[in-house]
Unconditional design. Structure first.
Length: 758
């Protein structure tokens, strides 16, 4: 047996050795799917398959890079460099650059990221004098994107009765018109957005049989990672490419399908079994990541979903600690609890900051945790925060670079034509845009004809100087590398000088970002070439590389920091210790997902993903009160808490041995059954409300003069002593010891308290 097969378990080995025919690998969380996929590719090459004939598609550049590195390490040769391994977008853009002219695009077409695409749409909405409050850019963009992912062109969208009815009901009947204008604008600009890379790949394969045949025979083996995350366009492209040899292997897990909002369809993984007559299904059920307790809890939760491929993950790891269930009074208390727990376990168990992750349903929840971590001087990093390449000054510089490669790119021209200011104002830009639309020419072509169109004086001089500057630097494209060109345009455009002159803290940070961009281009051009590999160092190649970067590439390990992220962003990651926070109805599950079974099941899959990120410890927390839309809202604990096996949960919520936790109700003798009942948190508030009958003379008092040491009465919690006061007058919080009901933090603006006098 080959050495690389020895570390594999029986199911993994079977998946590697089954090379001919359709294969679906159902890979549970932490079951070693990347190892299987890379070993399978290495096994093919080791058995004589030409590496040029293997296609492997992933969803992140990070995953593709890891696969290549593993294969190179396994084979010990350069064959891995010949593989077509990459994201759908990067591989398809590579093919489209070869075939673009068939579709009427230049081979050096620009790739618009989401911000670029929305900027184009915003300009079109303005040009058509539509109400931007009704035709919100984000809404229109998402509508167009969803249509493209379902392989709808603007013509098909306009002909679709259901789509037109929905737009009419939403008071946006002209979305089809905007879709058409946007599509034509991108085409005229020689640009494709991310969705176009999929749509145009599909069009290329369906409209040009010779191209389809070329790539069908080129790729004898097709492998897809995270198949449950594919959308309709990706599904059809994969099916077309694999139709001749049918040596198609998909790896995925229906229990981790969490991206329907991006157009992903879990149905693709079910449909795969119907598309091929002799499909082989192999389940990877041994988990190498989590403790037995964590795994058993996750298994129990996911059994509540009806639409799933049945599997039972198992591990030979020890049971480990129970899952900790923690209830707090407010979201700020929840943040304090998490920060305190991190400090405690770092001291007690010698964990580092990087061993902890805080996972939440929405980005807005991060505030309380950030504040608490800062207060205790715990270093943290927001995973999925603003990408380096999304910062304004970086996008401005990149726009200059794009124009040098593709002058048809109107979006980039608009961005930089008057930055730094050079006397080409909004009125001039609007006139250029009008002439371009009227004459059906590109923005750049109008700039070339500025004098004949009627521009005069200082405006004409400014336009001509701008054009001359771009043309002069363009003359370097064939002779100079990416860094030399970038350095030159940064100098002659004035963008570097402009930021260097700003000596504010923000200005210095922006200038440093430009320096870092230049450094990255310098590093790109000076990376040594490897034997036998031709590495392109042109500006165009560099731009393609940075445009296709994903969030995962922008958030590599950043020292010893606690990671904060949405659960969606955590997919594919793992940590020794995980806090899953905000487990409340209307937050998790989301209020938008509670009235439809499919949506609710996706929320449950999201909870499953969150739990299975952990290796050793899991905390699940919720707050009974949380500010939302300016009001303090009382929340019920999430229904998902009820689905956890009670025997695997430590629900002793008391943080101080001698005081009853606010959520535990009246004091009772400790017993396993009463501990289990604390999971049923929906009973907490009703049971607590029966513990005190308000005094006959109860009347709410003005608490603005409340002082430490005073005694108060609360309608539900009873009599208590004020032990501390904190916060500003408008948001003052009192800590009150209510005896058997425990110590509670009360926001005085919302509390109904009677001050006990005499």
């Amino acid at each position: 047996m080959q050495d690389y097969l020895l570390p594999l378990n029986e199911q993994q080995r079977e998946a590697v050795l089954y090379t001919e025919g359709a294969l679906m690998i159902v890979a549970g969380a932490g079951s070693g799917k990347t190892k299987v996929l890379t070993t399978r590719i290495g096994h093919l090459i080791n058995n004589g398959v030409d590496s040029f004939r293997i296609l492997a598609l992933t969803f992140t550049n990070k995953a593709a890079k890891e696969m290549k590195e593993r294969i190179e390490h396994m084979l010990g040769n350069s064959e891995a460099r010949n593989l077509y391994i990459g994201t759908f977008h990067s591989v398809f853009s590579r093919i489209l650059r070869v075939e673009a002219e068939r579709l009427g695009y230049p081979n050096n077409f620009t790739i618009y990221d989401t911000d670029d695409a929305k900027s184009v749409l915003k300009n079109i909405i303005k040009e058509q004098n539509l109400d931007e409050k009704i035709y919100k850019v984000a809404y229109v963009f998402n509508r167009i994107s969803a249509s493209k992912n379902n392989l709808y062109t603007y013509k098909e969208y306009q002909a679709d009765h259901a789509a037109q009815q929905e737009d009419a009901r939403s008071n946006r009947p002209l979305i089809g018109q905007l879709f058409e204008a946007y599509s034509k604008r991108c085409f005229k600009n020689g640009a494709m957005d991310f969705d176009d890379l999929l749509v145009n790949m599909y069009i290329l394969l369906t409209n040009f049989p010779e191209v389809l045949a070329k790539y069908q025979h080129k790729f004898r083996y097709v492998m897809i990672d995270e198949y449950q995350d594919t959308n309709l366009a990706q599904y059809h492209i994969i099916k077309l490419l694999g139709a001749v040899h049918e040596n198609i292997c998909v790896v995925g897990d229906d229990a981790q399908s969490i991206y329907s909002f991006r157009g992903a369809s879990m149905e693709n993984i079910f449909q795969f079994q119907k598309d091929y007559d002799d499909v082989k299904i192999i389940k990877l059920e041994q988990n190498y990541r989590s403790s037995k307790t964590i795994l058993d809890a996750a298994n129990q939760v996911i059994t509540n979903n009806k639409n799933q491929i049945k599997k039972e993950l198992w591990t030979d790891k020890a049971a480990g600690e129970k899952i900790k269930l923690v209830g707090t009074f407010t979201d700020n208390d929840e943040g304090k609890f998490v920060a305190d727990a991190i400090i405690e376990h770092k001291l007690r168990n010698h964990y580092k900051n990087k061993d902890f992750a805080i996972l939440y349903r929405t980005n807005a929840q991060s505030r309380a945790f950030e504040e608490s971590l800062r207060r205790l001087n715990i270093n943290y990093k927001i995973f999925g925060g603003l990408s380096f390449y999304q910062r304004k000054e970086v996008k401005d510089y990149v726009a200059y670079l794009r124009i040098l490669v593709n002058t048809q790119d109107e979006e980039s021209l608009r961005r930089i034509i008057n930055y730094p200011a050079r006397g080409i104002g909004t009125t001039t830009i609007n006139k250029i845009s009008f002439e371009a639309q009227t004459q059906n020419k590109t923005f750049w072509e109008i700039l070339l004809e500025a004098q004949s169109i009627g521009f005069k004086g200082a405006t004409l001089t400014a336009i001509q100087d701008f054009v001359l500057m771009i043309r002069n630097v363009q003359g370097m494209l064939e002779k100079k590398n990416a860094y030399e060109i970038a350095f030159e345009i940064g100098k002659v455009s004035g963008i570097v000088k402009d930021l260097h002159a700003d000596k504010t803290v923000e200005g210095l940070a922006r200038y440093e970002n430009l320096q870092e961009l230049q450094n990255s281009i310098k590093e790109y051009t000076e990376t040594p070439t490897e034997d036998g590999e031709v590495v392109e160092r042109s500006l165009g190649a560099y731009l393609q590389q940075i445009t296709l970067l994903t969030d995962a590439n922008e958030n590599e390990e950043d020292g010893d920091t606690v990671k904060l992220m949405t659960i969606h962003a955590s997919k594919g990651l793992e940590f020794p210790c995980v806090f899953v926070v905000g487990l409340e109805e209307n937050i998790f599950p989301s209020s938008m997902s509670m009235y439809d079974r499919e949506d609710l099941e996706e929320e449950r899959r999201l909870f499953y993903v969150a739990i299975t990120r952990a290796k050793e410890k899991v905390w699940i927390s919720f707050a009974s009160n949380r500010y939302r839309f300016g009001s303090l809202i009382q929340n019920e604990p999430s229904r998902f808490i009820d689905e956890l096996p009670t025997q695997l949960v430590d629900a002793n919520l008391s943080s101080k041995p001698k005081k009853q936790n606010p959520f535990a109700g009246p004091s009772k003798p400790a017993s396993p059954s009463s501990a289990d009942k604390t999971i049923q948190q929906k009973k907490v508030f009703s049971s607590a409300s029966t513990t005190h009958v308000a005094s006959a003379n109860f009347k709410e008092d003005d608490t603005s003069g409340l002082e430490v040491g005073m005694q108060v009465e609360h309608q539900r919690f009873g009599f208590g002593n004020v032990t501390s006061l904190e916060g500003a007058i408008a948001n003052k919080i009192a800590t009150i010891d209510f005896g058997t009901m425990g110590e509670k933090k009360i926001m005085l603006n919302y509390a109904k308290l009677r001050i006990v006098r005499g």
